[in-house]
Design a binder for this molecule. Structure first.
Ligand code: ARG
Ligand code: GLU
Length: 710
């Protein structure tokens, strides 16, 4: 009877348990381990996170500071997304060796390509140091007194832990400064490219399918970590050897079912679940639409230029992907937030919050006004925040010569200082190599067109008093002069001038129209926008800390999770599709047949290689099939965000079953508000990855390196 009852209870909990919101801190595993078990997890807490013995955490690494990767062999072989390895693949590509187009497979370790600019980061320990950071703080202190003590405590704690060498300790704020954790990490710097599918697989569907389900992208690439003879972190060196990890993920080719447990272990970048209604309204109605508009215009220049010319395609593919990615995500987010009335929900919660605060005098003084204050602050300071967003779009994502020209500011304006310090040669060398990198991927016609489009918009959007003086009437002329006459825009002449006499070059640079223009943009931001923005942001930070402190204190029954902040997190759920709209249902997986159905040689996003078509016809899918189908992608209900790209999707037994790379269109709102009915992450099925490596790439030796579970 007991057994029957127990079974009954598990069935009930499984069938009623929805996808869970939250990105959990691995070292706090005891808080959520039992809930993970109700989803079907078979592992102990120690097998997931431990500092004493090897655990899953040792096989999960941050890839070059942004994405996530996982170790899949005892020889340091790692998997991440194609779009995470994209820069590296592109850097090794040329018209002769077009690895973007044709893919790349190292036949042996000797053929692996060094990427000395890449690094991966291991997490050794995540330690709650909130108490130590707050030591010596009392309620009657002013904010600046408190901040001083906090910074001092952080410095001392970090110093005590940092003993030199490759391991570093850093303390980061969590939950808007209500908690602090120490991250003890280790970087490895000798990373080599082992394999990448052609873009026709790794980026199949391109921007058309980006953020969209059903999806058919083979978004993966393969790298390897190298270490010195003692298996320690070391700079790139031919003599280094494959790294031996503490743990590598077994790879499961077993069949999968709807409802199976999934966990995503990785490094989500940032989420903003706690924005108050005023801020969210500002994002939805003002800030994001303007940024989307800016990117509409640059993409309308870049895309046709890429389609018209192969060199431009290679030069701009990475940049275009980056611009388009956030652009499309934002469009999806706004749609989702509006459809699900995110603002209404916020306002309702804010009423609840204030009602709760009114219940007790001490809460009332601390928390009752904080939401109103935040909303008012947004109204008053939003102007600066908006100008800052537009500056970021223009200076960092707009016409490229602007940011690039600004690199010459130091030489032009601090020549004497550089010379006196003895750093002149180094600076010249830096600029020479910067120029090579920049012009490898630069097309002046494209950039001039972007300049014309975006400058007009920038001026239209930003408050005139926050812009460079007179820019409205002079920008076009300045632009013509820049593209005709600037020394910076003439790489051969610039290089020769620097070679001949840095002193004379510095003098000429002072009058260079490109540098002048870039300086006017940058300085207008520094002098007119930044101070106002900083004052706003400091106040906001303080108020947000109080607001979230109120949540933690007044709603202890709610299971709060700390917003993503590029630190290691776990999110769990299960394989499932979704029904985002009335009359519409998404299945939880796609197959190779869907690739063929989308195939369209007239659309660059849906081209296939002839080799792929031949292999499809041959239908040699072997062990990688399930019920006569080869899965390509699947969706699950894990709460993920940017940075989770490349994250392992892990089954109930700790095996790798997929590589996370996206969310569906209807899910992107989860950065602000998670909705369990529609929010799904998208992973490429590991069996498709193996099939591509094994059959398409003819690199079965890589599969043999892995521990395959059947
Ligand atoms: N949307 C995914 C992410 O945010 C994939 C981006 C790369 N793919 C692309 N088509 N741009 O990273
Ligand atoms: N593609 C994203 C990344 O680069 C992950 C997708 C998401 O934002 O969920 O991290």
């Amino acid at each position: 009877m007991k057994k029957v009852l127990a079974l009954f209870i598990t069935i009930i909990t499984i069938s009623t348990s929805f996808a869970t919101e939250g990105m959990w801190i691995p070292s706090l595993i005891d808080m959520f381990h039992s809930d993970m078990k109700t989803y079907g997890l078979n592992l102990s807490a120690e097998q997931i996170y431990s500092t004493n013995s090897s655990s899953l955490k040792d096989a999960v690494i941050q890839f070059n500071g942004g994405c996530t990767a996982e170790i899949v062999s005892d020889q340091g072989l790692i998997l991440t997304n194609h779009h995470c390895g994209f820069d590296a693949i592109q850097k090794h590509s040329s018209l002769e060796n077009d690895y973007l187009k044709n893919g790349f497979w190292a036949g042996s370790k000797q053929e692996e390509l060094a990427c000395p600019w890449l690094r991966v980061t291991f997490v050794k320990e995540i330690r709650d140091v909130t108490k130590d950071v707050f030591k010596g703080i009392s309620d009657d202190m002013s904010d600046s007194e408190k901040n001083k003590i906090i910074s001092k405590n952080i410095k001392a704690l970090e110093k005590a832990e940092n003993k030199g060498g490759s391991i570093t300790a850093k303390i980061k704020p969590f939950s808007l400064g209500n908690e602090y954790f120490m991250l003890i990490t280790e970087d490895f710097n000798d990373i080599r490219l082992v394999g990448a599918p052609p873009s026709a697989i790794g980026k199949y569907g391109g921007d058309t399918d980006n953020w969209v389900w059903p999806r058919h992208t083979g978004d993966f690439s393969v790298f390897r970590i190298y270490a010195n003879g003692e298996n320690k972190s070391a700079k790139h060196n031919e003599a280094n050897v494959p790294f031996k990890p503490a743990h590598s993920l077994p790879v499961s080719v077993a069949p999968k079912q709807k409802g199976d447990f999934t966990m995503v272990y990785g490094f989500p970048g940032s989420t903003d679940q706690h924005y108050v209604s005023g801020k969210l309204a500002w994002i939805i109605n003002k800030e994001r639409p303007a940024r989307i508009d800016m990117r509409n215009h640059s993409l309308n220049v870049i895309k046709p230029a890429m389609n018209a010319d192969d060199l431009t395609r290679i030069q701009y593919s990475s940049k275009q992907a980056r611009i388009a990615n956030a652009w499309k995500k934002w469009i999806g987010q706004l749609k989702g937030l509006r459809e699900l009335d995110a603002l209404g929900k916020k306002r309702k919660f804010e009423e609840e919050y204030m009602a709760k605060a009114a219940e007790r005098t001490e809460w009332k003084t601390k928390y009752y006004n904080v939401i109103g204050d935040l909303n008012k602050l947004q109204e008053e300071g939003g102007k600066y925040e908006f100008a800052r967003s537009m500056f970021i779009e223009y200076f960092y994502v707009g016409p490229e010569f602007v940011k690039y020209s600004f690199e010459y500011y130091k030489l032009a304006n601090s020549y004497e200082k550089l010379e006196a310090e003895g750093t002149l040669d180094k600076e010249v060398e830096r600029l020479q190599s910067k120029s090579k990198g920049f012009y490898k991927n630069y097309n002046r016609e494209v950039d001039h067109a972007i300049f014309n489009e975006l400058t007009q918009l920038y001026i239209d959007y930003v408050d005139p008093e926050l812009l460079p003086l007179g820019i409205k009437d002079t920008w076009q002329k300045q632009g013509d002069l820049i593209f005709e006459k600037s020394l910076i825009m003439n790489p051969e002449k610039m290089a020769a001038a620097l070679e001949k006499s840095p002193k004379k070059a510095a003098k000429k640079l002072k009058k260079d129209p490109a540098l002048k223009y870039a300086t006017s943009i940058y300085m207008a931001f520094v002098n007119k926008v930044n101070a106002g923005y900083r004052a706003f942001a400091d106040k906001e930070e303080k108020l947000m800390q109080t607001y979230v402190a109120g949540m933690l204190e007044m709603f202890p029954e709610k299971n709060f999770w700390a917003d993503a902040n590029s630190t290691m997190r776990i999110t769990y759920g299960k394989i499932e599709g979704s029904a985002p709209y009335d009359g519409m249902k998404y299945t939880h997986y796609t197959t190779i047949d869907g690739i063929m159905r989308k195939h369209d040689e007239s659309n660059p996003d849906f081209k296939l290689t002839s080799r792929f078509e031949e292999l499809y016809e041959a239908k040699d899918f072997g062990n990688y099939m399930q019920d006569n189908e080869l899965w390509v992608c699947f969706t699950a209900s894990n709460h993920t965000t940017g940075g989770n790209s490349g994250s392992p999707v892990i089954d109930a037994d700790g095996n790798l079953i997929g590589i996370n790379f996206d969310r569906s269109w209807e899910s992107t709102m989860s950065d602000f508000q998670f909705d369990e009915r529609r929010c799904r992450n998208i992973a490429v099925d590991i069996r498709y990855v193996l099939w591509v490596i094994d059959k398409y790439g003819q690199a079965p030796h890589l599969v043999e390196e892995m521990n395959i579970i059947k």
